[in-house]
Write a protein that binds this ligand. Structure first.
Ligand code: ATP
Length: 277
């Protein structure tokens, strides 16, 4: 009944070195890491443990990456599920999955729970439309509310689960049920913005470490000229450039390979073939 279960990484292996171009208070995140490394110390000192952190921002800008880095830096298990995985029409399945997720994370504490796209599970409650005749719609709405209530119960009872940090991500904060945003549920809300030119360069540099780039390549040109590109797209650019370099029989990525990769990603290979005749 409790499938699908959260995907668990013993430790994610991701660190803050893998995250670039995000202008958020790193100290704020470091504090979470410190807590996960030694929850007893916080307890002994009477410091209220951090509970929930909401990461908000557009797709592909590093919300999942930041969550993984917190777990990775602390070396603790990372329990990841998507909001949509809790949305089921069958009565009680979503709430059972929530209970199961929190139970498993508490057993293996200190640990991190991460729910991506939390808006899928925690959209603003509307109540049942009594005049609606669509039973399936009503059942689905009611089931979603039961699941959300279970999540709120777990978050409120969090003190018993000391050593567990709950992280959630959304790119539609406006859709979230206000109950979830009430104080005590998420004590931090971190906005992750799309990178600016400096951020884009830092992200390109992080991903350039993972492929073989010729020393002659100047990545700052691309950082300047690709406004609006997310971290995910920039990571994809260097992967694409590596493929282009292989096809061009270069033994490392050259400036021209990166240029060709930009064209491929902006125009798409088919359009490109047409444009080139
Ligand atoms: P979504 O809302 O679509 O889930 P997200 O904000 O969670 O997106 P991630 O899944 O963290 O985005 O990003 C996808 C990939 O893009 C990362 O695994 C990483 O390779 C790259 N990436 C994104 N943002 C950054 C960043 N700030 N620094 C380095 N790499 C990044």
């Amino acid at each position: 009944q409790s499938k699908p279960q959260a995907r668990v990484d013993g430790s994610t292996g991701v660190t803050f070195n893998d995250v670039a171009g995000i202008e958020i208070a790193v100290e704020e995140l470091q504090e979470l890491v410190k807590y996960l490394k030694n929850p007893e110390l916080f307890d002994k000192m009477g410091i209220k443990p951090p509970h929930g952190v909401l990461l908000e921002g557009p797709p592909g800008c590093g919300k999942t990456l930041v969550a993984k880095a917190i777990a990775g830096e602390a070396g603790v298990p990372f329990y990841q599920m998507a909001g949509s995985e809790f949305v089921e029409v069958l009565v009680g399945v979503g709430s059972a999955r929530i209970r199961d997720l929190f139970k498993r994370a508490k057993v293996n504490k200190p640990s991190v729970i991460f729910i991506d796209e939390i808006d899928a599970l925690a959209t603003r409650r509307q109540g049942i439309f009594s005049d609606k005749t669509d039973d399936l719609y009503n059942a689905a709405t009611q089931e979603r509310e039961t699941t959300l209530n279970q999540l709120l119960i777990e978050l409120d009872g969090f003190d018993t689960g000391k050593g567990v940090i709950f992280l959630a991500a959304t790119n539609r904060k406006d859709l979230l049920d206000p109950a979830l945003l009430r104080p005590g549920r998420f004590d931090r809300k971190i906005r992750i913005r799309p990178p600016n030119a400096k951020g884009r360069l830092e992200i390109l540099e992080v991903h350039a470490r993972k492929v073989k780039v010729s020393e002659s390549v100047d990545l700052s040109v691309y950082a300047q000229n690709l406004p609006g590109w997310s971290g995910a797209r920039l990571a994809q650019l260097l992967q694409e450039a590596a493929l282009v370099a292989v096809r061009n029989k270069h033994d490392s990525i050259l400036q021209s390979d990166v240029g060709e990769a930009v064209d491929r990603l902006t125009l798409g290979p088919k359009r490109l073939a047409l444009e080139l005749g």
